[in-house]
Design a protein around this ligand. Structure first.
Ligand code: HEM
Length: 504
């Protein structure tokens, strides 16, 4: 009887964990041929992952150098191939077959469902097709007015704080980017009375859920829902997701009401072939109404995805940009001179003017090299590949692409810790490998919002640098980076803002 029970248990175990067992055997046969950091029997590299987020960040950098160009990490049956060279980036990022995201993206499902960031296959292709026109040049041109108005609000806040020895900027900038994505892509002003309170709760919940993801990410066994439901974080996440979904559902229904009353049938006449230009949420609402290719849940998935991807990434980029510019007065003066020359009518920025800020653009590129907002991404291989160094990786392997480490490779970027925008002069970048600079990823699954991001960052730098001289408080040496879904610092970043009028 006991024998039968044991056999039944083994069969059930194999049935439930078939994929994991297959992965384990594959890792033992193939992946252990790759260089590996020291590991313990069965638990593998777990002790390194159970450390603090700042220490995990440091150890990953050490492994990236010690085991260049490729290495293997594992915990029990879970294995990951880590790539830290541009040649293999190209093999993986440029091939549609490897478009499926890594397992850790599943932890976003409770909140983001399977929106553009987390979806795969036909669903991803269909959504990308629907959403691409929302980031067309004509739409982005309109958004610049919103970037400008929100920049003015931010400058007012900074002005009030400027008597202090420094301003802790991280949260202020994050508020700025949330308000901006709300008003551009969603057509919703978070400061309006009727949603001000729920908007504040929403922002708080976004920050909280980010911390929760880090907790889960650094404990890979919690990526199994079966185990996750037993920890308090599961219930906390459920509560946060409810707050987040309540808010986005309200935003959608408000917009739906306004959209109905402000647009006539002919105005919303919509088809992809006609390429009618509509901001993101309006585009989705119209796609639902006229083409039936997305439903209410689908719209919410995308609203949640864009609120997340569209604010956190730009927020950290702007914070690091301000810190680096504060630390390099010579570079700051050059950017300011360029603004003075190019922005002749300071009351109105437009697309053309922002395009002409060439030196500022090089500075932003260098900021995103040193601080890529998304320091690593992950893919599941859709077919076997041979890596640049000759290793065969099998279909189904989880590969982690460490963008941060490629951006700090001294053979590609000499003195990689030095902030040097001239690296992006055409003559200095022409011989660089195409996949050696990938802050927005590359290939078919690249960042859909990259032009939006650059225009937003340029607008806010114009506003802030016209109003203030930045003085250093934090420097790259004092800021401790942590492992997170975006490249966050352990503490709030501090910069001193000196109003220009009091200086001259
Ligand atoms: C400095 C700012 C930004 C950086 C560095 C950045 C970086 C990235 C990266 C590396 C990816 C690939 C992610 C992956 O493969 O897992 C990505 C994807 C994505 N980004 Fe951005 N991003 C930025 C701003 C934005 C903005 C402003 C938006 C929206 C308005 C946005 C929306 C998205 C979306 C929806 C995806 C998924 C695209 C897809 O899979 O088809 N991002 N971004």
């Amino acid at each position: 009887m006991i024998g039968l029970f044991v056999i039944a248990f083994i069969i059930l175990f194999v049935f439930i964990f078939y994929e994991d067992i297959k992965g384990f055997i594959y890792a033992k046969i193939y992946l252990h041929k790759l260089p590996e950091p020291p590991a313990r029997f069965f638990v593998g590299n777990i002790s390194s992952f159970l450390d603090t987020p700042e220490n995990i960040f440091k150890i990953l950098r050490k492994w990236g150098t010690d085991y260049y160009p490729i290495y293997h990490t594992w915990v029990a049956h879970m294995s990951a191939v880590n790539i830290v060279n541009p040649y293999d980036f190209e093999i993986i990022m440029s091939n549609m077959k490897h478009n499926t995201k890594g397992y850790f993206y599943h932890m976003f499902h409770n909140w983001l469902g399977t929106g553009l960031l987390t979806s795969e296959g036909n669903k991803w292709q269909e959504r990308r097709k629907i959403l691409t026109p929302a980031f067309h040049f004509n739409i982005l041109k309109e958004f610049i007015k919103v970037f400008e108005a929100e920049t003015k609000n931010l400058v007012d806040v900074l002005m009030k704080e400027s008597h202090k020895p420094y301003v802790a900027i991280t949260d202020l900038i994050s508020d700025f980017t949330l308000d901006t994505i709300g008003e551009t892509a969603m057509g919703t002003n978070f400061k309006e009375e009727d949603i001000k309170v729920s908007g504040r709760d929403y922002k708080k919940a976004i920050h909280e859920i980010g911390k929760l993801y880090v907790y889960r990410l650094s404990r890979p066994w919690l990526l199994y829902n079966l185990l996750y439901v037993f920890v308090p974080q599961y219930f906390k996440e459920k509560k946060l997701v409810k707050t987040l979904h309540t808010f986005t559902t309200n935003v959608i229904s408000n917009r739906q009401k306004n959209f109905r009353t402000t647009k006539t049938e002919s105005e919303v006449d919509f088809s992809y072939s006609k390429r009618k230009r509509l901001a993101m949420l309006d585009l989705l609402l119209t796609a639902k109404k006229q083409e039936g290719c997305i439903d209410d849940d689908g719209i919410r998935e995308e609203v949640d995805t864009f609120m997340f991807e569209g604010h956190d990434t730009t927020s950290v980029a702007i914070s690091y940009a301000l810190m680096l510019i504060a630390c390099h007065r010579d570079i700051q003066d050059r950017i300011y001179e360029e603004i003075q020359q190019v922005v002749t009518d300071s009351s109105q920025l437009d697309y053309q003017t922002l395009q002409e800020l060439k030196y500022m653009e090089m500075c932003i590129k260098e900021v995103l090299r040193m601080y890529p907002s998304v320091p690593f991404i992950a893919r599941i291989l859709g077919e076997d590949i041979k890596t640049h160094s000759g290793h065969i990786l099998k279909t189904g392997s989880l590969v982690q692409l460490h963008i941060y480490d490629v951006h700090y490779n001294p053979d590609i970027y000499p003195n990689p810790k030095t902030f040097d925008p001239d690296r992006f002069l055409p003559e200095n970048s022409q011989n660089r490998h195409n996949f050696a600079y990938v802050p927005f990823s590359a290939g078919p699954r690249n960042c859909i919002g990259q032009k939006f991001a650059i225009l937003e960052i340029k607008t806010v730098l114009c506003g802030i640098l016209s109003a203030f001289i930045l003085e250093p408080v934090d420097t790259p040496e004092t800021v401790e980076l942590i492992t997170d879904v975006v490249l966050r610092s352990k503490d709030n970043i501090k910069v001193k803002f000196v109003p220009r009028k009091t200086v001259y």
